[in-house]
Ligand binder design. Structure first.
Ligand code: BGC
Length: 787
């Protein structure tokens, strides 16, 4: 009520001003002036007084961000004076809020005002923490910044599956596994939304490559869709209720997601209970309608009919009106969408009158601490061999030599809508970060070595330009660096960008000749001198490692660390912190095809085409490598630690599965170094009535920090849904009867214990709609159990 009076008062004051300034301008109250957006109960009244034009206009976003400068879009604010419907701001993105760092205005000293957001580690790094509490806390820090800067609805998290290592946007996504993706995003969503700002999970769904990204016809089976590509979204919706879902650009089985009532209404709303708003990706209205050609069926009216709410970043009210006038679209359908948009607006900070701050980021320190903690737990120690009888990492004293231009040019994050405008003057790269820990560093980038072409330009939406690498002679490297140091660190960087996939070429997925030379030369010199040679990878996703990993004594995957950049890397290298990340995605031997038992990396055969059929079905990532016995460079779930953990006393709560079953395991730190361990629970199903992967991740957890000899029991609950597979013939999630194997592992390959239980009778866990059928025959990969 108070809000309404304030608005009426402000309207009257505005009118008084207008009358004073322009005494002859006639001014009359509109008939509907006393209907305002107040709360849920005011929505039906608004629907009565709003014109069709106004309703249609509200279903479109605004290209100019009306509220928050630099936000990717906003909702319409034209109806504020009339109905009290404010504009809301919709900024990207997946690793931090993407807003204009120059909000306008000047400080008292005349310099332009600046505001810089925090960039958090990229999603694959965050999922590699396997620590949901930590992600929730990071989400809270992120949420505070969003609220402070005036965001209403974040256009993230991105949660598409890493179907293929070369997808250019993998850096924005969590994992190749839907459970890890779903749980990680749910944790972050809960954290962010607890601070009053909404989230948008994207890109719904099966958006797994950038090539032909705006309209990629994608054919995928119902089972693969349900088990792999929708599963993470389902978890996020059910566990965390994101305020919005953004549809993907690509078509799925002949229809654009933004046009598909089966996906939007049947699956998301009806089955999962999604009660937020749908929005299109930017310009992703789609061109493949669900309905046959008929009067009034145009792009925008068929979207509304399908259940879409907001067309971003602009709409076409005329088409919606035409759809209505032709009888294709009903007023109920329009009102349903308008209602959802209004319900969303009621939840926003904008509705509460929160104004964007144009001041400095007052949460910078707090957010950086959250980003630092996340980076530490997400970094993956891939290798740590002994040199002169001692594990190479952490480095304890001595002079460190650093080589490679990336030492002082680490990758902060990917380009495109996932970029964050941070204060680049404050970034600390590796040489300085190491020095800041007290280490003595001889940095080869300070020498004037010849520079040669190395990394290919990334392209896309502002991805890295071509990049050179240093090329010292062997003698120079020996004299200047190796002889003067006690250990040598080489850093390799790979940028990434929306809009382009990773090239399977040297200087992109493969090492460049210059990097190869540097690795080989430095490694040989270090080995001869018995000095550790360490490689740091600053990259958002996998690169080829099999051909060179034996040259390094230790390898640390730092991912894209965002604002904190070199600091957590230096802390880990020098042992101030213990990394505890495990891979959220497989590092295959080679994406070009690993011929083992006649199989190559299956998705690579269709990757990068301008139409795509997911012939690999559910065999994505480790589900493929494990089931088809294809060796990998580093498996899903793998990561080392400065501590050692012992797994003991594996237990199942029963021998027979009833409604659920509990799995428990004791984890003991048997080393002197305090640390955390990620524990993974995979389940292998009988695979008699349906073909199944050898095992699938069904639960996971992370210990608290355990000191020397400290022990913790982790307990996991497996319910029927978590064991079920999707049976296309019955459109149901089904648990087949038979013997199940529980694998408790430190990775998907390093299985510490196996246990068994049986399911006596088939369980039909849930019957769902028989929708999203493929429109072409899909010749899907099926394991040959006789092999
Ligand atoms: C991207 C989305 C992003 C939007 C707004 C699109 O190109 O695919 O992920 O949220 O732009 O920037």
């Amino acid at each position: 009520m108070l809000r309404k009076h304030i608005r009426v008062l402000s309207l009257m004051m505005t009118m008084a001003m207008v009358i004073m300034l322009f005494p002859r301008v006639p001014f009359s109250f509109a008939d509907d002036k006393d209907v305002y957006l107040e709360d849920e109960s005011s929505i039906p009244k608004l629907l009565e007084v709003m014109t069709l034009e106004e309703k249609a206009a509200l279903l479109a976003g605004d290209r100019d961000s009306q509220k928050l400068k630099g936000a990717a879009g906003s909702t319409l604010g034209d109806l504020y004076e009339k109905y009290g419907i404010p504009a809301t701001s919709l900024p990207d993105g997946p690793a931090g809020v993407r807003i204009d760092p120059l909000p306008g205005g000047t400080a008292p000293d005349g310099t332009p005002l600046t505001r810089y957001a925090t960039q958090f580690p990229n999603a694959s790094a965050r999922a590699s923490t396997w620590n949901l509490d930590l992600l929730s806390k990071m989400g809270e820090a992120f949420g505070k910044e969003l609220y402070y800067f005036g965001a209403d609805l974040l256009l993230a998290p991105g949660m598409n599956i890493h179907r293929h290592p070369l997808n250019g946007r993998n850096f924005e996504y969590y994992s190749e596994d839907p459970l890890l993706s779903g749980k990680s995003s749910a944790a972050e969503i809960k954290g962010i939304q607890s601070k009053g700002v909404g989230t948008t999970i994207k890109h719904f769904a099966a958006n797994n490559q950038e090539k032909s990204r705006h309209n990629l016809p994608t054919n995928v089976s119902q089972r693969a869709l349900r088990e792999i590509y929708l599963k993470g979204f389902e978890i996020a919706v059910k566990e965390a209720s994101p305020w919005a879902i953004m549809t993907a650009y690509n078509q799925i089985n002949g229809t654009s997601p933004s046009q598909n009532p089966e996906l939007l209404q049947k699956i998301a709303r009806e089955e999962w209970g999604f009660d937020g708003i749908f929005m299109t990706d930017w310009g992703g209205q789609g061109n493949a309608s669900y309905w046959k050609e008929q009067p009034g069926n145009n792009t925008y009216s068929s979207m509304v009919k399908a259940g879409m709410d907001l067309s971003m970043p602009a709409g076409n009210a005329d088409q919606i009106i035409a759809g209505y006038q032709a009888g294709f679209l009903t007023m109920e359908e329009i009102d349903a969408a308008v209602t959802r948009v209004l319900q969303y607006i009621l939840k926003t900070p904008a509705f509460d009158g929160v104004k964007p701050s144009t001041d400095h980021n007052k949460y910078a320190e707090e957010s950086e601490q959250a980003a630092f903690n996340t980076a530490i737990e997400g970094m993956v120690l891939l290798k740590n061999e002994k040199v002169k009888g001692k594990e190479v990492l952490p480095l304890t004293g001595g002079t460190i030599g650093t080589i490679g231009n990336a030492t002082n040019n680490l990758v902060r994050g990917g380009a495109g809508s996932g970029n964050v405008n941070v204060d680049t003057s404050k970034l600390v790269h590796l040489a300085r970060a190491l020095r800041d820990t007290g280490a003595t560093v001889i940095d080869a980038t300070e020498n004037n070595y010849p520079q040669v072409d190395s990394i290919l330009p990334v392209g896309g939406f502002g991805g890295d330009p071509a990049y050179k690498e240093m090329k010292p002679t062997k003698e120079q490297l020996a004299k200047d660096i190796v002889n003067k140091s006690d250990s040598v660190i080489m850093t390799i960087r790979r940028g990434s960008s929306e809009g382009v996939d990773v090239a399977a070429e040297k200087g992109a997925y493969y090492l460049s000749d210059a990097e190869q030379y540097l690795i080989e030369t430095a490694s040989a010199l270090c080995r001869k001198a018995k000095k550790p040679f360490i490689v740091v990878l600053s990259t958002g996703g996998p690169i080829e490692m099999e051909s060179w990993k034996d040259k390094a004594d230790a390898i640390l995957l730092s991912w894209e660390n965002g604002t904190v950049l070199g600091k957590p890397i230096a802390a880990v290298l020098t042992g101030k912190e213990n990394p505890s990340g495990k891979l959220s995605t497989t590092f295959p031997i080679d994406v070009k095809g690993v011929a083992k038992n006649g199989y190559s990396y299956v998705p690579s055969t269709t990757f990068g085409e301008s139409r795509v059929t997911y012939n690999e079905g559910i065999y994505v990532g480790y589900r493929y490598f494990d089931t088809f016995n294809v060796p990998v460079s580093y498996e899903f779930g793998y990561g080392m630690n400065y501590s050692d953990f012992h797994y003991s006393h594996p237990k199942l709560s029963a021998k027979k599965f009833d409604d659920s079953i509990k799995v428990s395991i004791d984890i003991k730190n048997t080393s002197k170094v305090a640390g955390k361990e990620v524990v993974q629970v995979y389940v292998g199903a009988p695979g008699k009535t349906m073909h199944k992967p050898v095992k699938e991740l069904r639960a996971f957890g992370k210990t608290r920090e355990l000191g020397k000899n400290e022990k913790q029991t982790l307990t996991f609950t497996l319910d029927a849904k978590s064991l079920a597979s999707f049976d296309e013939n019955r459109s149901a999630w089904v648990v087949e009867p038979g013997k199940y194997t529980v694998y408790i592992g430190a990775s998907s390959k390093d299985i510490k214990h196996t246990l068994n239980f049986t399911v006596d009778k088939e369980i039909i866990v849930e019957k769902v709609n028989d929708v999203m059928k493929p429109v072409v025959e899909i010749d899907e990969l099926v394991p040959d159990r006789s092999r």
